[in-house]
Design a protein around this ligand. Sequence first.
Ligand SMILES: CC(C)(COP(=O)(O)OP(=O)(O)OC[C@H]1O[C@@H](n2cnc3c(N)ncnc32)[C@H](O)[C@@H]1OP(=O)(O)O)[C@@H](O)C(=O)NCCC(=O)NCCS
Length: 165
Amino acid sequence: MSVTIRAATLADREAIVALHKAAAVTPGALARAPEEVTPAYVEGAIGSDVCLVAVEADGFVCGEIHAKRETVALFAHVLGSLTVAVHPERQGRGIGSKLFEALIAWAKAAQPPILRLELAAGAGNPGAIRLYERLGFKHEGRQVARGRLPDGRFEDDILMGMLLL
Ligand SMILES: CC(C)(COP(=O)(O)OP(=O)(O)OC[C@H]1O[C@@H](n2cnc3c(N)ncnc32)[C@H](O)[C@@H]1OP(=O)(O)O)[C@@H](O)C(=O)NCCC(=O)NCCS
């Protein structure tokens, strides 16, 4: 199935809410639980420096990625606060990789330049971590017990970064 990657608009808000709620059902994948995926959260995502959606031929929004440029001048070359979600029924088909390729192309063309991408992944999300490694992200650290799952267990966050130099 062919998928187009394009910039998100406010018209995509409800579709992105539905997508994130569906992807959030897997515990430990997205940071937000389904009930925390609100229209206001998604409006903020769409208003990020970059917010891209993967759209099927019939208009179904099957993936989304967004990130923000740091605002303090010292860090203004850094794109962070990155979140990516692909609909559970579409995972493992290359859509996440396509979203990242488009995000990286956007970052390379950005002015002033973006020279570093960063993200955090739950240690219990090895599939996502493998994808990030394949894309070129390096392990940079570990935040112990950064997350607490609904059953009370703690989970470390793995910090990863990629230089675009
Ligand atoms: C992580 C995610 C964005 C990857 O998107 P995707 O479209 O499934 O990824 P691709 O098909 O481009 O790449 C597949 C790779 O993603 C990883 N992956 C992560 N979750 C996966 C899943 N549920 N199914 C298949 N692959 C998955 C694997 O490393 C896989 O590589 P492999 O084939 O070598 O094992 C997507 O699985 C997802 O939305 N997961 C739930 C939300 C989440 O975890 N977001 C990231 C938070 S840090």
